[in-house]
Design a binder for this molecule. Structure first.
Ligand code: MSP
Length: 533
């Protein structure tokens, strides 16, 4: 997608609605951090943004977990959902809606949607036979199973045989329309590798899928037949729509769709691509509704090169990680170190090395020493240099001027890693520039004007880097801004309170004469070795 600075249209995006069978894991934190970076970026550009996350609370998996714990399923859901909300606070996620599928409003939306699909003649009663993975909440093809009928995703769980009457959704009817959608809108599924996966799945021929279960009370009843409970995925995908209701608004499909529909972006992991890129658009087509802008399937995380899992005893607890290193460190590592869309790895030594190199040294230390010099040589004020008076061939200005557009493109294409690299490039160039120009010796030689020009250029470059990195490391960026003498909050969520991209992403905006704060480390170096997580 190309970035259009003049675009002021609303932008709505979602994370998946996470299952509440367990406390949040690093996979859910990963998608949510990425979504938050996108949301923060678009807010800076002045677009009204709605960031939706939430929890998926129905179905057999949740019911069984609650039963195993000996608590009522609703109580169980309430406890786990609260854990998700807490983690999002720790991680500084600026979520606008937290959608819970057990909320009574949601049932109204689901029923109205079901009616539309029913009236379309796309729901019928049939016999479902097959292998069901409760952990995936999905029927599996026999050929995809591992030995002993184990699920290929939940390798320690066996699938269960089902032979029951279910209601089916006529997915097969939408084969042609879906193929047309993928052809006309190549951006609908991204990245390319995921798109190809979907295209070949669809090309094999779509089969209708069952959307109800019998003998399961934990879910909404099928509106036309209370002996059946709606399939958890049919209900969950509609959680995105329910989330669009304004707080306190009385629920109806029409009201929910009024302002933010179609949602611009669904961010998901690659394992749930089919639901979002095939089933979901077909359901929407059946209900006569426009389909979302894009479905982006990111990769899977491993730890020290191994698949993570409770049974493997190597899970990575996002709460512990944030408690130990802070939100910005965690956000930065996952967004900078892993190319979004590809699989990636967490390794604690690598984590520490990256943070020390990029945030403590290249950025933090640069600010620290430049501020200290500005205190000494320029009376604690931004040097009295007008950014506009610096020529276009100035090394840092030259780099800084092209950064805004490049970084905006990267963020709009979800290339967080490339965005961070490009911004870090400016900090690295500034360090080199500072060493080469040696303002401390210029000052000693009595060259005040030259000293000030050097310090201005570096302070301004740090400011720009901090601004552009703020979607990823909002707290550190805010600290840098404060030390540079700005009295504002970079992480404000409300439109009008953000610092507009068109002004702050341009090189040269640091106001001459602005009072600077005391130099304080914005990012503490992390010492090795540590007790491993
Ligand atoms: N409830 C469904 C989503 C319904 S959306 C209407 C669900 N929930 S989930 O909690 O199981 O998974 C949520 C997300 O976590 C998925 O996008 C999945 O890809 C992601 N991850 C789970 N493990 C992961 C990794 N190890 N690495 C990265 N993401 C992973 O599916």
């Amino acid at each position: 997608m190309t970035f259009d600075a003049a675009d002021t249209k609303p932008f709505a995006l979602t994370t998946p609605l996470y299952y509440v069978n367990d406390l949040p894991h690093i996979g859910s934190a990963y998608t949510t951090m990425a979504a938050d970076a996108v949301a923060r970026f678009y807010r800076l550009t002045g677009r009204p943004v709605l960031l939706i996350t939430g929890t998926d609370e129905h179905g057999q998996k949740i019911l069984r977990t609650a039963q195993d714990r000996g608590v009522h399923p609703q109580e169980h859901c309430d406890q786990i959902a609260a854990g998700f909300e807490r983690l999002w606070q720790h991680l500084n996620i600026t979520c606008d809606r937290f959608s819970r599928t057990t909320h009574p409003h949601h049932q109204v939306i689901v029923n109205q949607f079901f009616q539309r699909v029913w009236q379309q003649g796309d729901i019928y009663l049939g016999q479902q036979q097959g292998w069901y993975c409760v952990s995936c909440e999905e029927f599996k093809e026999e050929r995809d199973l591992l030995a002993d009928h184990r699920c290929p995703i939940h390798t320690n769980k066996s699938v269960e045989w089902r032979d029951e009457q279910n209601y089916f959704f006529r997915l097969s009817r939408y084969q042609g329309q879906l193929e047309q959608l993928y052809a006309e809108r190549p951006q609908f599924i991204q990245p390319e590798a995921r798109r190809n996966e979907v295209l070949s799945f669809v090309a094999r021929g779509l089969q209708d899928f069952s959307i109800s279960r019998v003998n399961l009370e934990w879910g909404f009843a099928v509106p036309t037949d209370p002996h059946h409970t709606l399939y958890v995925w049919f209900d969950a995908l509609l959680g995105y729509v329910t989330a669009l209701l304004e707080p306190g608004e009385s629920p109806s499909l029409e009201a929910a769709l009024a302002r933010w529909w179609p949602i611009n972006l669904h961010l998901i992991g690659k394992d749930i691509l089919r639901f979002h890129a095939v089933y979901w658009p077909a359901m929407l087509m059946s209900a006569g509704l426009p389909v979302p802008g894009q479905v982006f399937g990111h990769g899977f995380l491993t730890k020290d090169g191994h698949k993570m899992g409770k049974s493997l005893g190597n899970t990575l607890d996002p709460v512990k990680l944030v408690e130990k290193y802070g939100a910005d460190a965690v956000r930065y590592y996952f967004l900078k170190e892993i190319e979004f869309g590809k699989d990636g790895d967490f390794n604690e030594t690598r984590f520490i090395t990256v943070l020390n190199a990029d945030l403590a040294n290249d950025l933090g230390n640069l600010l620290n020493r430049t501020l200290t010099m500005a205190q000494r040589y320029c009376g604690g004020k931004v040097p009295a240099i007008d950014g506009a008076s610096i020529g276009p061939d100035h090394k840092l200005k030259c780099l800084g001027q092209t950064l805004a557009i490049a970084v905006a493109e990267f963020y709009s294409n979800l290339q967080f890693s490339q965005a961070c690299e490009a911004i870090l490039g400016l900090a690295q160039a500034s360090n080199k520039f500072l060493d080469g120009e040696a303002p401390w010796s210029l000052y000693k030689q009595g060259k005040q004007q030259e000293t000030e020009r050097v310090l201005y250029a570096v302070l301004e470059s740090v400011r720009l880097a901090a601004y552009l990195l703020s979607p990823v490391i909002p707290q550190t960026s805010a600290l840098i801004y404060r030390q540079l003498g700005f009295d504002c909050d970079l992480s404000q969520k409300t439109i009008g309170q953000t610092l507009p991209y068109r002004d702050h992403a341009a090189w040269g905006g640091l106001p001459p004469g602005q009072g600077l704060a005391e130099a304080q480390p914005v990012f503490q170096r992390i010492e090795l070795p540590v007790v491993s997580l």
